[in-house]
Design a binder for this molecule. Structure first.
Ligand code: URA
Length: 204
């Protein structure tokens, strides 16, 4: 098909973007992270998944969603009838933000300022991948995609259209499911998460 010219000053391919990302110093998070973690998947994927930021494992491996949250996500995707290999999976923020605690590195939420700065990269990924549907996993992803802060509950189950023309399906972050202490509540929230993913598949 016809190639769309990228916006001036931006990268032409996902490979180039992944390389440029490694030298990013737009916000302070890069100072402590091992590496930037670019999205994974092919340009032309119909569904894009957006998480928050790389975790400990992702920071070390350089790939999104390969730790505990990724394992839960993989299971949920399978139950929703989605093949991870067919998706484009990325994060709102590309470096791991953490607080050292002994030998452990504790996840810290990125600030809205950091999310907004990193939108430079997310917008380019959207322009290069050109998905029809974007699934936001949690509040940081929603902020990175819309530039506004909103509760998941206020947008969940109401697919809306983003400025780029993509349909947005907003759902919770898989890490939220991992933190629920009540078994019954956790099972219900997991089922709702899978239902959101299945809704995205049906839109595609
Ligand atoms: N959580 C995220 O939001 N993204 C990852 O890549 C891993 C965990």
């Amino acid at each position: 098909g016809e190639m769309e010219a990228p916006i001036a000053g931006e990268t032409a391919t996902l490979e180039e973007l992944a390389r440029s990302l490694q030298t990013c110093t737009r916000c302070p998070i890069h100072c402590n992270a091992t590496q930037a973690v670019p999205g994974e998947g092919k340009a032309g994927a119909r569904i894009m998944l957006v998480g928050e930021q790389p975790g400990d494992r992702e920071d070390l491996e350089g790939r999104p969603f390969v730790g505990p949250a990724g394992q839960l996500l993989d299971e949920a995707l399978a139950e929703a009838g989605l093949d991870r290999a067919q998706l484009y999976i990325t994060n709102a923020v590309k470096h791991f933000k953490f607080e050292p605690r002994g030998k452990r590195r504790l996840h810290q939420n990125p600030s809205t300022g950091e999310i907004d700065i990193c939108r430079w990269w997310l917008d380019q990924e959207r322009a290069l991948v050109r998905p029809d549907i974007i699934v936001s996993l949690g509040g940081s992803a929603l902020r990175g995609l819309t530039g506004k802060s909103a509760s998941i509950a206020s947008v969940r189950g109401k697919p809306m259209t983003l400025e780029g023309g993509e349909r947005l399906v907003a759902t919770v972050h898989p890490s939220f499911l991992l933190r629920l202490p009540d078994r019954q509540r956790a099972a219900a929230e997991r089922a709702a998460f899978i239902a959101d993913l299945a809704a995205a598949r049906k839109l595609a």
